[in-house]
Design a protein around this ligand. Structure first.
Ligand code: PLP
Ligand code: NAG
Ligand code: NAG
Ligand code: NAG
Ligand code: NAG
Ligand code: NAG
Ligand code: NAG
Length: 462
């Protein structure tokens, strides 16, 4: 047995195989063939797979709705026999399951809304331009939704977005940012910065920012720091409380497997959750943020709940919350986020090693001077496991020539992978992201993906 084969077997032996807890698509269910074997799904960074128990969890709520209608808000038919939660408090049992994943106090998080609308709501509360401090530090090549949100938050304050967004960009000849450059930019602009708003893990490159270091540095200059954790939550361990992050938000349908469009969450550091008059943070508000003891009296006074719950606006979607609840249980079953991260590092390191051993790999540095007709790929994700999560982003050559409308090879590689039963995530024009998910992927899956990639290149060479 080769050392690689041994490594693969060791990884798969040392961690529990939870693939039974998830619905993994098959060649047949994807319409690829009549073969009922499972395909290789390396796309949980885009949409996590469905936990097997989610179907029942949702059905139970449909039963409650059909059996008791509105009364299930206060008296759920399964509350005594099945440990179900009255709809009124449906989100609360998820909180102690999620707080270890984001590293917060229970009182610092709430399960609510959707990512972009939470991002907007939190910026309304936290982006307070004053005097010369009006700017937001952000990144170029960001997820468009975040850019639109930031751009328009600045307009809402009657300021010019183009003058008030500072966008970080990788150095020429590099594919991702350096922490030192971020710190230098903060220092150089600290007199003008009102807010730093960055992704915990960059969706395109897979770069995991040094949240602790960046936050600490910015705090020296009294700058508010918020993080979009769409690609970080459930992927890498986080310590938002200890890192003194001011606020954060995330979605739960990527690494948290809560289903398409699933419910989002927010983190508000306890220093900002206070409700005494000196500390109260003005915010977008609604009845679900009010002290529930009197919520249904509909009096005119708004007396928010202390902590993150006081930032809730609406009653949450019950179906979405139970779907999240059922996935969070599997994180526990797997031994928690740190154990998953341990497996994740092994899987992603293996993926990197196997990719680099193919003859189609070229180093990031050399990729900038490649001959225009060579069939190659490089990895634009940082090489250090400390600077990335599960995902590796592969950039393919020849690249698309946008000016003359000539496509690169990525699309062809992507469809060949799919035909071979390997589902990754394509980001046009030229990137495929592969993310082995420690909850349901194995080292064997990683090997299968790399073998299929080599085949895809070989088909192109014919
Ligand atoms: C996935 C993702 C989104 C999606 O936003 P929704 O409001 O959930 O549609 C936004 N920003 C980033 C960085 C993402 O990765
Ligand atoms: C089905 O696909 C699997 C995985 O690719 C393969 O090992 C198996 O031989 C296939 N079965 C049939 C009947 O073709
Ligand atoms: C949430 O998960 C727990 C198990 O941790 C389960 O007992 C409970 O019934 C679930 N709640 C709902 C509303 O599905
Ligand atoms: C909000 O809560 C406060 C304190 O419990 C209460 O006085 C007020 O009536 C509530 N408002 C609404 C609209 O429920
Ligand atoms: C709600 O209000 C009651 C009485 O007004 C108070 O005792 C309780 O602590 C409040 N709860 C929260 C969560 O703020
Ligand atoms: C993760 O791995 C480290 C060593 O690599 C080990 O010390 C630690 O106990 C592991 N954590 C868990 C929760 O398995
Ligand atoms: C995990 O378990 C499933 C179902 O029992 C099995 O088909 C699969 O081969 C196992 N995977 C590994 C890597 O052992």
């Amino acid at each position: 047995m080769s050392s690689i084969e041994e490594e693969i077997q060791t990884i798969d032996k040392n961690f529990p195989n939870l693939s039974q807890d998830f619905q993994i698509p098959t060649f047949k269910s994807l319409g690829l063939s009549t073969n009922e074997s499972q395909i290789t799904y390396l796309c949980g960074n885009s949409l996590g797979l469905m936990p097997t128990q989610t179907r029942k969890a949702i059905n139970d709520e449909l039963d409650a709705w059909s059996q008791r209608g509105v009364e299930s808000h206060f008296s759920h038919p399964g509350s005594e026999t099945q440990g179900k939660t009255n709809w009124m408090d449906i989100d609360l049992p998820c909180i102690p399951k999620l707080s270890p994943i984001v590293g917060s106090l229970d009182s610092e998080i709430a399960i609510m809304g959707s990512l972009t609308s939470n991002l907007n709501a939190l910026m309304v509360a936290f982006y307070q331009p004053q005097g010369s401090k009006t700017k937001i530090l952000f990144e170029k090549n960001s997820f468009p939704s975040d850019y639109y949100a930031i751009f328009n938050q600045i307009k809402l304050k009657n300021l010019d977005p183009l003058e008030n967004i500072i966008q970080l960009e990788p150095k020429e000849g590099e594919y991702h940012l350096r922490t030192q450059d971020i710190l230098d930019t903060i220092e150089a602009n600290h007199k003008e910065l009102a807010l730093i708003m960055l992704p915990g893990i960059q969706y395109y490159t897979g770069q995991f920012f040094d949240i602790e270091k960046i936050t600490k540095f910015a705090k020296k200059f009294n700058i508010i720091v918020g993080w979009d954790l769409a690609h970080a939550v459930g992927n890498v361990p986080l310590h938002l409380h200890d890192w003194n992050v001011d606020f954060a938000t995330w979605c739960s349908y990527k690494y948290l497997n809560s289903g398409p469009g699933g419910i989002s969450g927010i983190f508000i550091h306890e220093i900002h959750g206070k409700i005494d008059e000196d500390n109260y943070k003005p915010r977008l508000s609604g009845w679900w943020g009010n002290n529930s003891s009197k919520r249904f009296q509909m009096l005119e006074k708004f007396e928010p709940i202390e902590g993150a719950l006081g930032f809730r606006q609406s009653n949450p979607s019950v179906i979405d919350v139970v779907s999240l609840n059922s996935s969070l249980d599997i994180f526990n079953k797997a031994g928690g986020i740190q154990k998953l991260r341990n497996k994740s590092i092994l899987l992603t390191n293996l993926l990197e090693k196997l990719l680099k051993s193919t003859k189609y790999y070229i180093s990031p540095k050399d990729s900038f001077t490649l001959n225009s007709n060579e069939l190659k790929f490089t990895i634009i994700t940082p090489e250090s496991p400390l600077e990335r999560g599960a995902q590796l982003s592969l950039l393919f050559f020849p690249r698309t020539n946008v000016e003359i409308g000539e496509p690169g090879i990525m699309d062809k590689i992507f469809s060949s992978l799919r035909n071979q039963g390997v589902i990754g995530d394509e980001r046009r024009p030229d990137v495929i992201r592969l993310a082995p998910i420690p909850l349901y992927n194995s080292a064997k899956d990683v090997q299968k993906a790399v073998d299929s990639l080599v085949k895809a290149f070989e088909e192109l060479e014919k």
